[in-house]
Write a protein that binds this ligand. Structure first.
Ligand SMILES: [Zn+2]
Length: 63
């Protein structure tokens, strides 16, 4: 089960193929090859990566 690496919430909305949005902390999650990539949507609409905030363990999907 996919959970947000930032807030551990499972309240994720699907916004595209392998793309999810966390309704709890408002970050975008992209799933790629078993790893979750995290992005924050800035006020001007650009995406900034949050991956540095998480360890590889936290961003790996455990099936
Ligand atoms: Zn979250």
């Amino acid at each position: 089960m996919l959970a947000c690496p930032n807030c551990k919430s499972k309240d994720l909305g699907k916004i595209g193929v392998n793309q999810y949005y966390c309704w709890n902390c408002f970050i975008e999650l992209t799933v790629s090859k078993g790893t979750i990539l995290t992005h924050q949507v800035e006020e001007d609409g650009t995406l900034s990566s949050l991956d540095d905030l998480f360890s590889d363990d936290e961003r790996t999907i455990s099936m």
